[in-house]
Design a protein around this ligand. Structure first.
Ligand code: ATP
Length: 306
């Protein structure tokens, strides 16, 4: 549905481009997880898709039409749910929704229907008359989503929609994203929570320094990674720790758990022999296909929450 082709974008007064030749496809009804370390270019890409910024080179097409032309024909069909809360705390939930629907130029009758649908979708009926300033963090996140839905969009751009909320609200939001896609909606989802992306996104793209490092179905992206090693040992690493860290700089050792996001097969037997010689028993070991976080670290050399 959305084709992003060789997109470049550089902010004025910066020497490095924020996006440096990004090409991606997002299929209709799909949920694409967009991952990248801080400063990778995720918000810039979302801003270009939302029309807040204009491409400097390259292009975006929707259903084969240039984004601008498509947007002119479907003015409310792409909605951005921003990272920050974007509503008026002194207004009620219903008043906020009506205001933002009005700001999109939606006629009064349709506005009422769209707002009711958004309230129902985000399960905000019980607080519709309440001032937003009085709501919990989880309900505010749900309102942020509901505001994004007031234009009855086909595409939702979600910029870290679950930051700072409790597990129950997080679960609600993830489920809402899945419901939106199941009903034919298309989603671009950025998050720093790898387990969320693994749970809801069939496709992922990992970007860094404005470039796509890998993109495709989640299973294929994981299959494309190098093997990883996770060890649970009987006690924290002894003197070996410094030596291992020097040999495997991306190793992390926390308590009795030692993780190597990338580990060569021929180094496995010698490593286990070193542990045995140091008198450290291995209680559990996983070696093989990496999870998404390990692929991310292999490609970006960052933990996602760095
Ligand atoms: P984060 O995860 O921290 O939100 P991000 O992946 O969304 O990061 P962007 O916000 O798109 O990354 O930033 C990409 C690059 O562009 C960074 O180097 C950033 O410093 C730079 N940048 C972003 N906004 C501006 C701006 N308004 N002016 C100048 N440079 C900017």
């Amino acid at each position: 549905m959305i084709r992003i082709d060789s997109l470049h974008y550089r902010y004025r007064a910066t020497s490095q481009p924020a996006l440096d030749g990004v090409s991606l496809d997002i299929g209709r009804g799909g949920i694409l997880g967009l991952l990248g370390p801080n400063g990778a270019g995720k918000t810039t890409l979302i801003s270009l898709l939302a029309g807040l910024l204009a491409p400097q080179e390259g292009g975006i097409a929707v259903d084969g039409e240039p984004l601008e032309a498509w947007r002119a024909a479907h003015p409310t069909a792409i909605a951005l749910v921003p990272q920050d809360y974007a509503f008026y705390p002194m207004l009620t939930v219903a008043e906020n929704l009506d205001f933002f629907a009005g700001a999109q130029g939606i006629p009064r009758r349709q506005r009422r229907d769209n707002c009711a649908a958004a309230i129902a979708f985000a399960c905000l009926e019980a607080v519709a008359g309440q001032r937003v300033g009085e709501l919990s963090g989880g309900l505010r996140r749900r309102l942020n989503l509901a505001i994004g839905l007031t234009g009855a969009p086909e595409v939702l751009l979600l910029d870290e929609p679950t930051v700072g909320i409790d597990p129950q609200s997080r679960h609600f939001l993830l489920n809402a994203v899945e419901r939106f896609a199941a009903a034919g909606g298309t989603v671009l989802y950025t998050s720093h929570y790898m387990e969320e992306v693994e749970a809801v996104c069939a496709d992922v793209a990992i970007i860094d320094h404005g470039k796509v490092l890998t993109a495709g179905p989640l299973v294929e992206v994981k299959r494309g990674g190098a093997p990883a090693l996770n060890l649970e040992i009987a006690r924290p690493l002894p003197d070996l720790a410094a030596d291992w860290q020097a040999r495997f700089p991306e190793m992390t050792a926390v308590g009795n758990t030692v993780d190597f996001p990338e580990f060569p097969a021929d180094a496995l037997a010698p490593l286990l022999a070193e542990l045995a010689a140091a008198g450290v028993a291995v209680e559990r070991m996983r070696y093989g296909a990496p999870n998404l976080e390990e692929v991310f670290m292999q490609l970006t050399h960052h933990a996602l929450r760095d």
